[in-house]
Design a protein around this ligand. Structure first.
Ligand SMILES: *Cc1c(COP(=O)(O)O)cnc(C)c1O
Length: 225
């Protein structure tokens, strides 16, 4: 697999779903990848990257952005409130808004800065205890709460349970988005992005299928950002 193959498969999936070419954005998830692989994808002209930890993203992208100032970064992993300030400085979009406390912090930072990253609300469609996200039955109320804070909410995000049919989860996420008038759907990873595109994904988050297997972290039990 390679970057070019993935682009071709995304375009083919758009056509198969009768969706306009380019309606699906590829967030290339570069976490834990060696720099040479990331550079290869930059060299192919790609500029939209996803990371799941704030500190790791800052380490990698602060120097790389000197060379590639037009890179756009999306945070796809959980965000601790005490790292929110650094996150809003680094990322143009946050895919993982999942609780009122974080929403209030982002709203406060937006006030202060006069701008805010675009946000997706993460929904825990599989109701998995170890996973972030609001429960499906709490989503409507949380969406209303985030809207009342005037954060630039664009859509919803989910990560289906590994052992379940992802289509059911993508369909559920789309239903919640539709009844709330939200257009953005961040769903689909290496193993299921074509299904996600069939169900209306606007952003697919793909790591290993582009870059290859990830190196294990030195602190696998370390705190999420
Ligand atoms: C790591 C990660 C991805 C990419 O996963 P792959 O299976 O390598 O495509 C997508 N979304 C989130 C939230 C991730 O943490």
């Amino acid at each position: 697999m390679s970057y070019r193959d993935i682009i071709d498969r995304i375009r083919a999936a758009e056509r198969a779903a009768d969706r306009p070419e380019g309606s699906v954005q590829l967030v290339a998830v570069s976490k834990q990848q060696p720099e040479e692989r990331v550079r290869a994808v930059l060299g192919a002209g790609h500029r939209l990257f996803g990371e799941n930890r704030v500190q790791e993203a800052a380490r990698r992208w602060t120097p790389l952005r000197e060379e590639y100032p037009d890179v756009e970064l999306h945070l796809v992993g959980p965000l601790q409130t005490n790292k929110a300030r650094q996150a809003v400085e680094l990322f143009s979009t946050i895919h993982s808004l999942d609780r009122p406390k974080l929403a209030r912090k982002l709203a406060q930072l937006a006030q202060e800065r006069g701008s805010s990253p675009t946000v997706f609300i993460q929904v825990n469609t599989g109701k998995e205890p170890q996973k972030a996200g609001v429960l499906p039955e709490d989503a409507d109320a949380f969406i209303a709460e985030v809207r009342a804070m005037e954060l630039p909410l664009t859509g919803l995000m989910c990560i289906p349970p590994v052992d379940e049919e992802p289509a059911l989860h993508f369909a559920l996420l789309r239903r919640i988005a539709e009844r709330n008038g939200l257009e953005g759907l961040s769903m689909g990873m290496s193993r299921d992005f074509e299904t996600a595109i069939r169900f209306g994904a606007t952003h697919v988050r793909i790591g290993s299928a582009i870059f290859g297997p990830r190196a294990p972290r030195e602190d696998p039990a370390g705190k999420p950002s």
